[in-house]
Design a protein around this ligand. Structure first.
Ligand code: HEC
Ligand code: HEC
Length: 350
């Protein structure tokens, strides 16, 4: 315990020193003295045993106080200049996504993002969660730093927990990343099945078998246990790219073979989404399954998995098999995650 405290003090000092260094360049404001009475509480991110290790940068280790600060920002409409908060579109009851399209796109869910390195439907952001959060607050929200710095609650919380007198977009991004990293779904019926705590029904089990064998062949991209390979694929949704947005990764890289490639979506809580695919073209899981069964277009950069021998004319699923595949997708819903009060907005604690 004692050594833990020393470590935290050292860490707090390090944070303070590095923050000062950053601010030295453009800012002549006098720096506050290091407050050695502040002791942060380390937070152990409970990575489920059946998950890989999460990506956590050394420079933004999780602390209870910083996570709470990140949550406060997540729910605060003052972070934007037009009354939006992150939670206005990323709504917990909908798996931190939205029942509406935004700019013709489904809102991507905030679930298990701590394992991602590629973000957005077309991969336009890459790096750590801190990097994408910096984009969100600085470029997407254009958060007004004067307004945030003038808020006495934020001023004192950032001073206490980040050791800084002037809040920058980077500090906001780090606090948000702390909170979003804790949004872990680990207790869907399917997780309980994997960890031997609950059986799947007959149809769910048959659906699972279709998903994880060559017959359905979903698992090559929606791979266990995250339900995404964090990579890009052209699944043959379009034969002609009618909309700019349908070009996917190509819009980021400009490489012809990246046309129509999108990042494999995480399928957790997928049954709770109102729209599917990068432009929300499908509104039911049955339509999605029918697409994989019979709607794949044979474009020249189609992912090879989509046309493996035996699949030249689609998957050939029976109505019952399609039903079973949907039944399996529904086992990925995690009620505990959708209702966890640790993630929910509470009256701002001040
Ligand atoms: C107006 C609605 C809206 C608001 C408000 C909003 N987002 Fe989003 N968010 C979206 C949409 C739409 C996407 C998908 C965009 C894309 O792929 O280009 C998205 C994607 C993301 C992603 C990428 C997720 C992934 O799986 O790659 C992150 C991270 C994110 N938002 C964080 C935030 C944060 C943090 C805030 C608050 C600062 C915020 N968002 C506010 C609509 C919104
Ligand atoms: C070659 C990789 C690949 C394979 C194989 C694959 N998927 Fe996908 N899946 C993707 C990609 C990429 C997207 C997003 C496409 C887009 O938005 O245009 C996607 C989207 C989805 C979505 C919509 C998710 C959302 O949030 O919009 C569902 C559901 C889905 N796939 C289920 C399946 C099922 C079931 C199978 C097997 C029958 C399967 N996938 C096979 C890569 C794959």
């Amino acid at each position: 315990m004692v050594s833990n405290k020393i470590y935290i003090l050292l860490f707090a000092t390090f944070l303070f020193v590095s923050a000062c260094k950053k601010e030295e360049s453009g800012n002549n404001e006098p720096h506050p003295p290091v407050d050695s009475t502040i002791v942060l509480t380390p937070y152990e991110i409970a990575v489920p045993a059946h998950f890989p290790n999460m990506i956590i940068p050394e420079t933004n280790k999780p602390y209870v106080e910083k996570i709470a600060l990140g949550k406060m920002l997540y729910y605060d409409p003052r972070l934007s200049n037009d009354g939006r908060s992150c939670a206005g579109c990323h709504i917990q009851a909908h798996g931190f996504t939205s029942p509406r399209l935004v700019d013709g796109m489904p809102v991507l869910p905030h679930v298990n993002l701590g394992w991602y390195s590629k973000f957005m439907w077309n991969g336009s952001q890459t790096g750590t969660l801190e990097d994408v959060m910096l984009f969100e607050v600085r470029d997407f929200f254009q958060a007004d730093l004067n307004k945030i710095n003038a808020d006495s609650a934020y001023h004192s919380l950032f001073k206490k927990y980040f050791g800084v007198n002037t809040i920058t977009h980077q500090h906001l991004a780090e606090a948000l990343a702390q909170f979003v990293r804790t949004l872990i779904s680990r207790n869907s019926k399917y997780d309980r099945y994997i960890t031997g705590r609950e059986d799947l029904s007959y149809d769910e089990m048959e659906g699972r078998n279709l998903f994880f064998t060559e017959k359905g062949d979903c698992f090559h991209c929606h791979s266990n246990p995250m339900m995404t390979d964090d990579d890009f694929h052209n699944t043959g949704l379009d034969s002609v790219y009618n909309k700019e947005a349908d070009l996917g990764l190509y819009r980021v890289t400009g490489i012809a073979t990246d046309k129509g490639k999108f990042r494999t979506p995480n399928l957790r809580n997928v049954a709770r989404r109102a729209y599917f695919m990068h432009d929300g073209r499908f509104t039911t899981l049955e339509e999605v399954v029918e697409f994989y069964n019979s709607g794949v277009h044979k474009v020249n950069n189609l992912d090879p998995i989509m046309t493996k021998p035996g699949k030249e004319n689609g998957l050939g699923l029976t109505p019952q098999q399609k039903y079973q595949l949907v039944a399996f997708l529904k086992t990925l819903t995690d009620e505990e995650f959708l209702q966890d009060t640790a993630f929910a907005q509470r009256p701002a604690a001040r």
